[in-house]
Design a protein around this ligand. Structure first.
Ligand code: SAM
Length: 440
């Protein structure tokens, strides 16, 4: 196996180098023999030349380890099998509801920005083939046809695929151009398509960009179905973080433990559970709008280039930071948001969820410190934000912050997903919350 810088692993077989996405199956048939089922070549046997007697146990372990490593890396392309199955079920049940699709469609900032990004880049769509990964109600597939696409594969794993067909057949200009594939993209083989596509469109964005872990599916689709030199809409995402000060929010979180302070609840003293309750509240990120005046430093941006990053690189994400604090204040934690970039041949369009931009259903996010840090103007707060992927289609986060040049530091640990109550990211609002966004 070999790996180019910042790219996915590849399997080198003689003169050929294959992406691991092309391996359908790998079966060890004994100490020296491995059979691979490959996308284009079919079954290929790999024999280990060395006699185990001569090389002893080392060679046998070598092939075994190689097979295990190969299967582990290949699993990046079979994501849903690795996840907690109840998480996967509730995820697709959520997206199978029209009300939840409507919620996204009525986020006017989101939908109008995608519309502009696609229809104002006709050179990337006219006469081309496209894949819409996670088509939902089909809206991005329909925009692609409006931009001139000849054929669009609308890939949707939930039963919403039926709605894509329904709407495409009800709009004459779409009928023949849309092919619905009602399965997870990870289960589709290139032979089901008329070759690779010129352009991939998708809205794989969760809270703080990466929640839901759908961007990994977007990268799988890139590796399997995008022509070399093809385009991705969006082609990059930027995570933005800045320290904030918000005494009221901190006070509210710190006082959610009031119930457990009861020392006579039907004759029982509950107060022993207060500390646990407080910790539980501080482990939950706050997903809402942020007043930009709460930010106490210029934010930092980390760009993720969807055209080149590997699936593997999203398992652990580390963002080091060093902020210069603008005013004497209590730092209550770290605020976050993201931008999505559409760098098309005709136009560059940016979807920004920054606190100073019009609101979206992603809002912004804040990670709170249980004990704030008192900082003077001009001091620096340095540290790292670490995100680790979990099998709930989400991430665990930890933040370490220190006032530079001192030993005053803080840590916080946060979980998205079911643990934090931020369900599948889009569950935080309702359709009516977004009615006004187009006019806001
Ligand atoms: C955020 S929604 C976007 C829907 C639509 N593209 C839009 O912009 O309104 C993501 C959709 O992707 C689907 N999805 C998520 N992962 C998928 C996968 N691996 N394969 C196919 N569909 C997937 C979900 O069921 C959901 O409908």
């Amino acid at each position: 196996m070999s790996k180019e810088a910042a790219k996915n692993w590849r399997l080198v077989l003689g003169q050929q180098s294959l992406p691991l996405s092309e391996i359908r199956k790998a079966s060890a048939m004994g100490p020296h023999f491995l059979v691979l089922d490959l996308e284009k070549q079919g079954h290929v046997g790999l024999r280990c030349e060395d006699e185990p007697e001569r090389r002893g146990r080392i060679q046998w372990l070598g092939l075994k380890q190689f097979t295990a490593e190969l299967l582990r890396r290949k699993a990046d392309y079979e994501r849903f099998e690795q996840y907690d199955q109840s998480s996967v079920q509730s995820y697709f049940q959520y997206y199978a509801k029209l009300s939840n699709q409507q919620n996204m469609l009525q986020d006017g900032v989101r939908t109008s920005t995608y519309n502009r990004a696609i229809v104002e880049n006709p050179d990337d769509f006219a006469g081309k083939s496209a894949m819409d990964l996670g088509a939902g109600s089909g809206i991005l597939s329909f925009f692609a046809v409006q931009a001139g696409a000849e054929k669009v594969y609308a890939v949707e794993a939930s039963s919403m695929g039926e709605v894509v067909r329904l709407l495409a057949d009800a709009n004459a200009f779409l009928t023949k151009k849309i092919q619905v594939i009602s399965r997870p993209v990870e289960t589709i083989t290139p032979s089901e398509l008329d070759g690779k596509v010129d352009v991939l469109v998708s809205e794989p964005i969760g809270t703080f960009l990466f929640n839901e872990r759908m961007i990994e599916s977007y990268l799988c689709a890139r590796d399997r179905f995008l022509k070399p030199g093809g385009k991705m809409f969006p082609n990059a995402g930027t995570l933005c973080v800045a320290p904030f000060s918000d005494s009221l929010l901190h006070w509210e979180q710190a006082n959610k433990n009031g119930f457990w302070k009861n020392t006579n609840f039907y004759g029982i003293d509950l107060s022993a559970a207060v500390q646990r309750c407080t910790k539980e509240h501080f482990r939950q990120p706050i997903v809402d709008y942020i007043n930009p005046e709460c930010l106490v430093s210029k934010h930092i941006e980390t760009r993720f280039d969807f055209m080149t990053i590997s699936v593997e690189s999203l398992q652990k994400i580390e963002i080091p930071f060093d902020f210069e604090i603008s005013q004497p204040c209590l730092v209550h934690g770290l605020a976050g948001w993201f931008d999505a970039h559409f760098e098309g041949s005709n136009q560059t369009v940016i979807l920004s969820t920054a606190p100073w931009c019009s609101g979206t259903h992603w809002y912004q996010i804040r990670f709170l410190l249980e004990v704030p840090l008192a900082v003077n103007a001009g001091q620096h707060v340095e540290g790292t934000l670490k995100m680790e992927a979990n099998n709930l289609q989400s991430y665990y986060l930890s933040i370490f912050m220190r006032i530079k040049g001192t030993d005053r530091s803080r840590c916080c640990h946060v979980g998205f997903a079911t643990e934090s109550g931020v369900s599948h990211a889009r569950g935080v609002g309702t359709a009516s919350d977004f009615h006004d966004f187009t006019t806001a």
